[in-house]
Design a protein around this ligand. Structure first.
Ligand code: SF4
Length: 437
């Protein structure tokens, strides 16, 4: 599993979601967007109390989340072409001193400047290949920059171009709520550090990569492990070899879809709602549990429905439907395949015959794949243009601002995980790397 070094490829279709949203707002397209505010620069809503328009507009930024200050006017007012030229010039000046990483879900206008494109873990590993770089500019969301900081050398500065680019799913597992959950579980199961007669601990905590460093640190301190959407099954097998049950956070859907595929019955997967005593379950249900699912979800992948799949099949006979495992269980069950962003990309690349693909993941990736593979017909299952609103906050204006800051000798928006959190978080990540099938 590695991030893709960028090579120039023909782009016969315009992969830009921003161009499409601008055209919708101008009335030149009849397709819909989930919020026309997305046509404006993110600086118009960076400071609003919430995640802003788009797929996660209903979520609220947690107290203490980093906030982005006002982007200077020269970046807010610059045209797309000017920003692109300034980014190219700054990167040329910086040379090997900087590496720019672009997540699959980033806007095309940002990804085009990335040295590597991939998922969060692939990108963190790509950064390791550049120990000479003084700065790693992570075009993604906050937890990804934290993970890159955990894996990079201490002298390297990891930069998040817009501090308002959080992840609503990651923020659904708050460290205080998780600590409280652990205490309540200890009242049910007894001492969490003492194995039973078969050598199994009562609970092994497992966190998805899409979680804060604080949660990864919690997991590391309690004998647990991190997983990605590519290796969730391997990681759950690792955990079941060490514990009676798993506490899985923050994404209930990845946990449920993975455990179900492994044969765990749904009735043995209670949900933990942090606002309810014992998470909303009885002691008996918790004793019987194999996987306790945290009440979290991705606002983007929650938009996909069984009805969209039925419509795709009706309109495109023979369509191949591939969805991300962050989608709800009924959607995964109705699809032909489910897999990580890397799986989706490889599945399309491996198709030898012209194929129609309906994809259930973030639209920036889907449109880029459609442009990169014109021999196939590739479209997003959701007919509404609704990018991840927090990923979308990395506008080229912010990328230009942090890169020109580096040229001027100023490190802007550095993300640093404190040593007390970083040490156990690295332990949890190292366990994942060692957990080979
Ligand atoms: S797509 Fe979902 S999980 Fe990914 S950053 Fe956006 S809200 Fe978070």
């Amino acid at each position: 599993m590695s991030a893709t070094p960028v090579t120039l490829q023909p782009r016969p279709l315009d992969p830009s979601v921003d161009h499409e949203i601008q055209a919708i707002v101008a009335g030149d397209l009849t397709t819909e967007t989930c919020n026309t505010d997305l046509a404006a620069g993110p600086w118009t809503f960076d400071t609003r109390p919430g995640y802003g328009p788009g797929s996660s507009m209903g979520d609220v930024i947690p107290t203490g989340a980093p906030r982005q200050g006002q982007l200077p006017a020269e970046y807010r007012e610059a045209a797309e072409e000017e920003l692109a030229a300034r980014i190219v010039a700054a990167k040329a000046t910086l040379g090997d001193r900087v590496v720019v990483l672009g997540h699959f879900y980033q806007r095309e206008e940002v990804v085009t400047h990335a040295d590597y494109v991939g998922d969060s873990f692939q990108l963190a590993n790509a950064a390791l290949e550049h120990p000479e770089a003084e700065a790693i500019v992570f075009c993604g969301v906050h937890f990804m920059a934290e993970t890159a900081d955990l894996l990079s050398r201490p002298e390297q500065a990891v930069i998040l171009p817009n501090l308002a680019a959080g992840c609503s799913m990651a923020d659904m597992a708050d460290i205080d709520q998780v600590e409280e959950c652990w205490e309540q579980l200890a009242e049910v199961y007894g001492d969490m550090d003492i194995p039973d007669a078969e050598g199994l601990l009562p609970v092994i905590p497992v966190t998805y990569m899409n979680s804060s460093a604080a949660i990864k640190g919690f997991v590391g301190r309690h004998g647990g492990i991190v997983c990605t959407s590519s290796n969730a099954r391997t990681v759950l097998e690792w955990a079941f070899a060490r514990g009676r049950r798993v506490l899985f956070f923050p994404d209930q859907h990845l946990g449920r879809n993975t455990a179900k595929a492994m044969g765990v019955p749904l009735e043995r997967m209670p949900m933990w709602n942090p606002r309810k005593p014992l998470g909303g379950s009885t002691e008996a249900e918790l004793h019987d549990a194999r996987v306790i699912l945290w009440h979290g979800f991705c606002s983007v992948h929650r938009r996909f429905t069984v009805g969209q799949i039925a419509q795709a099949r009706a309109e495109h006979p023979g369509v191949r439907v591939i969805v991300h495992p962050e989608c709800p269980m009924d959607v995964v069950d109705a699809a032909d395949e489910a897999g990580s962003t890397d799986y989706i990309r490889k599945a399309i690349a491996a198709a030898t015959e012209p194929t129609t693909f309906a994809i259930g993941t973030e639209i920036n990736l889907v449109q880029r794949l459609a442009a990169q593979f014109p021999e196939h017909r590739i479209f997003c299952l959701d007919p509404v243009v609704c990018p991840c609103s927090t990923m979308y906050r990395i506008h080229p204006g912010y990328l230009a601002w942090v890169l020109e800051g580096l040229v001027a000798g100023e490190v802007r928006n550095r993300i640093q995980v404190t040593a007390d959190v970083a040490e156990p978080a690295r332990v949890a990540l190292e366990r994942m790397l060692a957990a080979k099938p």
